[in-house]
Ligand binder design. Structure first.
Ligand code: XBP
Ligand code: MG
Length: 236
């Protein structure tokens, strides 16, 4: 089937946002709330197994601070921490401190020129996606993406296929007419679960994960151009 749309994951695929973006934003939110929690790089690498910021906070609290997790206002605390974390993340990303990964901008520009439809399927929030695109791709570039499926718009986060099914429904396209770009096992599993052919670009967190079923596993998007992605998609 002819390729009609690219669906990009955000964290780890468009940019290495986790260790230098999300992690310090979580830590700033914990400090602001008077919590003594601090996520170092090693711990955060382990916590990335859990997708979604609120889910990650809950998982950490259950294992490391059960007294806090048992507080009657714990649900509200998690929501408040996540709101604060999102504010810190946007401030940080808004400075342009987190560049896009190699090949990302040129692929997006090439796909736009070729008339391919562009969309996003991510676990993070829509505001975070816009902040990154506007600061690190181009002002106004969030509008280049016809569908930005983000965060809590579905019940189950990756590796569940929900966010990709939602994206397909919004695009009005069948899965084989799309190509997903992902960086993690959770993301690949979500995209394949929705039947979408997927190319993986690995990063420091994901390079040892199992990417069975991917069309290709690449170091970054600088390793391919659009014509090669079309060929990979056609061979699927
Ligand atoms: C990866 C994630 C995200 C971020 C945090 O998302 O698991 O949860 O780490 O974002 P992606 P929030 O699907 O883009 O790879 O705190 O906004 O949830
Ligand atoms: Mg990702």
């Amino acid at each position: 089937m002819t390729l009609r749309a690219l669906i990009f994951d955000v964290d780890g695929t468009l940019a290495d946002t986790e260790q230098d973006g999300h992690r310090p934003a979580f830590n700033a939110a914990f400090a602001e709330a008077g919590l003594s929690w601090a996520w170092d790089e090693t711990l955060y690498g382990e916590l990335l197994r859990v997708t979604g910021g609120k889910e990650r906070i809950r998982y950490y609290a259950a294992g490391h601070d059960p007294a806090c997790a048992a507080r009657p206002d714990f649900d509200e605390l998690v929501r408040q921490l996540h709101r604060t974390k999102t504010r810190h993340y946007q401030e940080l990303v808004g400075t342009g401190a987190i560049p896009l990964r190699p090949g990302v901008a040129s692929l997006i520009l090439e796909a736009r020129s070729a008339g391919l439809r562009l969309s996003i399927a991510t676990t993070t929030t829509r505001e975070n996606v816009s902040a990154l695109l506007e600061a690190s791709l181009a002002p106004g570039s969030a509008a280049w993406f016809e569908v930005i499926a983000a965060g809590d718009c579905v019940a189950e986060k990756k590796p569940a296929p929900d966010i990709y099914r939602y994206t397909l429904a919004q695009l009005g396209l069948p899965a084989p007419a799309c190509l997903a770009l992902e960086d993690s096992w959770q993301g690949l599993t979500a995209a394949l679960g929705a039947g979408i052919p997927t190319v993986v670009t690995v990063n420091d967190h994901s390079r040892d994960q199992d990417f069975s079923g991917a069309l290709a596993v690449l170091p970054d998007l600088g390793a391919v151009d659009l014509a090669q992605l079309f060929r990979l998609h056609q061979a699927a």
